[in-house]
Design a protein around this ligand. Structure first.
Ligand code: GLP
Length: 643
């Protein structure tokens, strides 16, 4: 029976402490099933998924095979889907993905592996799909099916509109799905239009279903699938009613569930100051009244009667939360020297502070906190902007080619010789030629990636310059996990931690600004955050750490909700304008390029909207009216290390 707090949930959902732990639980269940079947001489039929989500499960299964002797000889697998039109060896094909992540590392017989073919002749697709269904039946049906979830709510490639009874078939990919895949394919234009996928009906026939979801970007769709009514427009919701379905999610993917978002509605709660603030800011938003105008009736009519009994009356609660919210606002993010700091988010001393701003890619710092960076530097702090990855995977070819063409042209004008090797222009010609030799979605050569890194470095320098930050305050770490990896296969290694700990030790910061704590742990910013956690653990014995505060910013395109904000830095109209001007410098990230082609919005527009709407949110609860606000949440060193 579901517990009281899960009363709105129509699918049993386990919120695990981290994606790694969830993946270990799922892998352990699979391993137990494999072993039990092996003992009685039977096969086990697994339904497998692709995407970043199941990667930690495959990693753990490979570990169990290598270190604990788990054999896959009795395992038969069927994958959910494959892009239509891709050869098996295409780097983005799901065949390639599965062999690289799992099959080639274990002892599964090749003939036991089934991944839908992306190269069936169009006229033979129907028969092919029927034969895929039949093969599943003949193997005895799916024993254990793992699933991820797309932002459209798709499972496999069953996009909105897929019926409950649908079977394996050729489908058209949703525009949002193609946009999400654009990064992997180095451009939306390269993403296939169609795919072959098991149907919702095929999936529902599996005896056990486990859906996993990590990161904040999945929180909304998880809520709809778990708490909404079953709806073909959200195919994952059709899993409701299956006799053995479970969701395993991480804390950030759980954020939209009622038990997390509005816990007071589903049972008794421990009214901590933070929860009180969350409840009252929610109430203010719900009844559209500023905090100081909230009345007892507003509390009672919106499920907060218990709070009144516990900590009321409303007048006292209102004042308390009003003050708390007011005290998050500061024009001095580095602390105000010689001022009473008892009600300020940052301490006055020491001053000036050494400040380290970490950006997972070379545009994140300015886009998310350019106004704060400007203030910190302007008010005397020693600011270092450090970029953890080069970001070169996100640079479109055409921009790189333009840069090279410019170099080649320069060569004609100037007599440049690079040692006794190639001239600058000859070098550029060789690289330009190399674009012709590889397909659009093939991996870039090291030289091309290097050049793309320089493109991003220069953008980051141009942006910082507008905010009056010198280039010697910027440092580019080019962490190896990114240089060696590709999307959906990033993993933090010791060498990444070495690099970042060395930087921390050399700066000995009083403040670190960092993002990525809520991101999918397999994403670039999610991996960067884990590298940061490990680096901080490594340096935890150093004296300066006791005096260091960690401020978390949300990352590109996002902002903290009001109740999570510990420091809000208002920007004047002029400061916002400079930040936006700085944001124009990220030419490689502009929407006319394939990565963002169908979002129709430039990143500077998103930035502008986000900062203005945070200011509006403060205004709506009764604070002063500002043009724009950048927001931060404090993370205690203990919370950072305990995670
Ligand atoms: C793809 C796959 C799905 C997967 C989804 C989410 O579209 N066909 O099976 O669940 O992406 O991907 P990710 O796990 O990378 O978020």
């Amino acid at each position: 029976m579901a517990r009281e707090e899960e009363q709105f949930e129509r699918i049993p959902t386990k919120i695990c402490p981290s994606s790694d732990e969830a993946a270990k639980t799922v892998a352990a269940e699979i391993a137990t099933l494999i072993r039990e079947r092996a003992e009685s001489g039977k096969n086990v039929v697994l339904g497998l998924a692709t995407g970043s989500t199941p990667v930690p499960v495959y990693r753990e299964l490979v570990r169990l095979h290598k270190e604990e002797g788990l054999s896959f000889r009795n395992v038969i697998t069927f994958n959910l889907d494959e892009y239509f039109g891709l050869n098996d060896d295409h780097p983005e094909s799901y065949h390639h993905f599965m062999w690289e992540r799992l099959f080639k590392h274990v002892d599964i017989p090749k003939d036991n592996v089934h991944v839908p073919s992306g190269t069936v002749d169009r006229s033979a697709v129907y028969e092919y799909c029927q034969s895929y269904e039949q093969a599943i039946e003949e193997a005895g049906g799916l024993d254990y099916q793992i699933l991820g979830i797309g932002r459209t709510g798709h499972i496999g490639f069953n996009e909105p509109g897929s019926t409950r009874d649908s079977l394996t078939r050729l489908v058209t990919l949703d525009a949002l799905t193609r946009l999400d895949a654009a990064r992997d394919f180095l451009g939306e234009a390269n993403v296939p239009l169609y795919a072959i996928t098991m149907g919702v009906g095929t999936i529902l026939k599996a005896r056990k279903l486990v859906l996993m979801a990590w990161g904040q970007s999945k929180a909304g769709v998880v809520r709809d699938a778990v708490e909404g009514v079953p709806d073909e427009n959200l195919p994952a919701s059709l899993l409701q009613g299956h006799p053995d379905v479970r969701f395993f999610i991480d804390p950030t993917a759980s954020e939209e569930l009622i038990r997390i978002r509005l816990p007071w509605l589903v049972g008794p709660v421990d009214w901590t100051p933070r929860l009180i603030r969350k409840a009252i800011l929610w109430l203010s938003d719900t009844v559209k009244k500023p905090i100081l105008k909230l009345q007892e009736s507003d509390y009672n009519e919106n499920g907060l009667g218990e709070l009144l009994i516990d900590s009321g009356p409303a007048y006292d609660l209102n004042i308390k939360v009003f003050n708390q919210t007011q005290h998050t606002i500061t024009g001095w993010p580095g602390g105000k020297p010689n001022a009473d700091d008892s009600n300020r988010p940052e301490r006055a001393k020491p001053f000036p502070k050494r400040v380290l701003v970490l950006g997972s890619e070379p545009h994140e710092d300015i886009l998310c906190m350019g106004g704060t960076v400007h203030r910190l530097a302007n008010q005397g702090s020693e600011v270092t902007l450090a970029y953890l990855t080069s970001g070169n995977l996100a640079v479109p070819d055409n921009l790189t080619k333009q840069t090279l063409a410019l170099m080649a042209e320069l060569e004609e004008e100037m007599d440049f010789k690079k040692g006794d090797g190639l001239s600058l222009g000859q070098f550029a010609e060789v690289i330009l030629k190399s674009f012709e030799d590889v397909g659009d979605s093939d991996q870039d050569s090291d030289a091309v990636r290097r050049i793309k890194s320089f493109v991003r470095r220069n953008e980051a320098r141009d942006a910082a310059k507008i905010l009056k930050i010198d280039r010697d305050q910027q440092t580019f770490l080019d962490l190896p996990f990114y240089e060696k990896g590709r999307y959906r296969n990033f993993f933090p290694a010791d060498e990444d931690v070495d690099t970042l700990s060395a930087l921390l030790e050399s700066v000995k910061p009083h403040q670190v600004y960092v993002s990525g704590g809520l991101a999918d742990p397999g994403s670039v910013s999610g991996v960067c955050y884990r590298v940061f956690q490990r680096a901080m653990k490594r340096v935890s014995g150093e004296g300066w750490v006791k005096d260091c505060r960690i401020w978390s910013y949300r990352g590109v395109g996002q902002e903290w909700p009001l109740n999570e904000i510990d420091m809000a830095v208002p920007l004047s109209p002029g400061e916002l304008a400079s930040k936006i001007e700085a944001s124009f410098q990220y030419r490689s990230q502009r929407s006319q390029f394939p990565f963002r082609a169908s979002s129709h919005r430039e990143i500077w527009q998103e930035t502008d909207d986000i900062n203005r709407s945070t200011a509006e949110a403060y205004d709506a609860v009764g604070m002063a009216e500002y043009e724009a606000i950048e927001a931060f949440k404090e993370i205690s060193i203990a919370a950072l290390q305990g995670a």
